[in-house]
Design a protein around this ligand. Structure first.
Ligand code: HEM
Length: 251
């Protein structure tokens, strides 16, 4: 990776062959006050953080979304119909502009993140002495926040363990569900340290899931249930096994 960054920095920046990718965006980013740019070492740090924060999390979410699509053929069919409608019958790969037409796909991904948050817990340190929920909370206490618990808590969500993407769909969500989506749904965290890659993650997921259901019918593997464990990210000890049956699509 270090070598690739150095090669890119040596390439004339005006060359038409320079790829317009995330690395290039980081290379061209300028501090608005000083006009300075990131050094090679700083670029490496940024790229490594993006890999670490954006790779495992997205992989976990995509695996569980594919698992749910296989378990719920009606949801799978609805997503496929939405993708085909967005393409208007054209046989071409999906493009960025098509993604905003995939409202059901976005709702399905949000519901996946509710049921299977890739970061099932994260930690905060109290910066001052305080009180929390009636208990003393001294400075430097470590507080563990768990999206997994909050997002499956029956005090918040009705049928908390059921897969219902409609909860997140503007046309069907109740006022209460819209409020829950703001206050009891935190797969990307909340507040100033909220995940800066959330929009990127959604776009990436929509592209992958849309192309997946276009090209394949997803079916469960008989007898297989993922054995989930929350380490740094949510993972399955025995993998996520599905059956993919090719569909004939010219993309
Ligand atoms: C479904 C996918 C993703 C989930 C569920 C997720 C979740 C999270 C959460 C919960 C945090 C906050 C952790 C904390 O407060 O301690 C976080 C931070 C972060 N995420 Fe994501 N993330 C995802 C994808 C991505 C992607 C694709 C990128 C980059 C392209 C990314 C970059 C980051 C970075 C850089 C931070 C640290 C921000 C900071 O500390 O200020 N994430 N993510």
């Amino acid at each position: 990776m270090k070598q690739k960054i150095e090669q890119r920095l040596e390439q004339p920046q005006s060359a038409s062959a320079v790829p317009q990718d995330l690395l290039q965006a980081l290379i061209e980013a300028e501090d608005p006050e000083s006009g300075s740019r990131l050094t090679a070492a700083e670029l490496l740090d940024q790229v490594m953080v993006l890999f670490l924060a954006g790779h495992e999390t997205s992989a976990s979410a995509l695996a569980m979304a594919a698992y749910l699509l296989a378990q719920f053929p009606e949801a799978q069919q609805r997503l496929r119909a939405e993708v085909e409608q967005a393409l208007g019958g054209e046989e071409r790969p999906l493009q960025f502009d098509d993604l905003r037409l995939l409202a059901y796909g976005a709702a399905l991904f949000n519901e996946t993140l509710r049921l299977y948050p890739p970061l099932s817990f994260f930690i905060r340190e109290a910066s001052a002495d305080g009180e929390l929920g009636g208990s003393r909370c001294p400075m430097r206490s470590l507080l563990i926040l768990s999206p997994w618990v909050i997002q499956r808590h029956e005090a918040h969500w009705s049928e908390p363990h059921a897969f219902r993407p409609e909860r997140f769909l503007a046309e069907t969500a109740t006022a209460e569900e819209r409020q829950l989506a703001r206050e009891a749904w935190l797969p990307f965290g909340l507040g100033p340290r909220k995940c800066p890659g959330a929009a990127f993650a959604l776009q990436e997921a929509l592209l992958v899931l849309a192309e997946l259901v276009r090209r394949y019918a997803l079916a469960p593997e008989p007898g297989h249930t993922p054995d989930l464990v929350g380490r740094l990210t949510l993972r399955s000890r025995n993998g996520v096994v599905l059956r993919l049956l090719p569909r004939s699509v010219k993309a």
